[in-house]
Design a protein around this ligand. Sequence first.
Ligand SMILES: [Zn+2]
Length: 184
Amino acid sequence: MHRCAYCGHHEGEPYAGGHKKYDIDHFRPKSDPKFQHLKNTYSNLYYCCKHCNISKSDEWPSPEEEAQGYQFLDPCMVDFEDHFRVDQVSFMLDISISSLQNAAAYTVEVVGLNDECCIKIREKRAEAISASEDMERILDRLNRLANSVDDPEIAMQLYELLPQVREANARKDELQVWLNPQPS
Ligand SMILES: [Zn+2]
């Protein structure tokens, strides 16, 4: 329940501002007369962040757009990972893997999934993962060296690695919240 149904931002992550900054989105907008009957229907109510809720607002594709496949990808009906890939350089969502190109493009555009705030969040998550992996690599190497520490050359390498471990660990701790967000 703690993540935005659209952008995946966790309410405990930095920039999210906790649950007070989250809303309930009417997937099929309640302002549209044809969806009025779904106003209080649970399956039409999605937990989402303010950014996505405000961006999506009362938008819904016209019948002409729908005929061309422009529609919102429904996060309860499809797995977003089948339609969006995070570009590891730009941290923008790449829709080239989607089998529903127009729907994927429409969703990214209208919900604002490639807005600066969403890109920043993806970038920080990637940084957190990278910091964590750095730590694991260094610890593994230290561990292997420690197993044969009788060798003076290896002992010297251990001494070289120790400050690096401390530095990487400090960086990892600082970014820990991106790996294990706490609900506020
Ligand atoms: Zn969102």
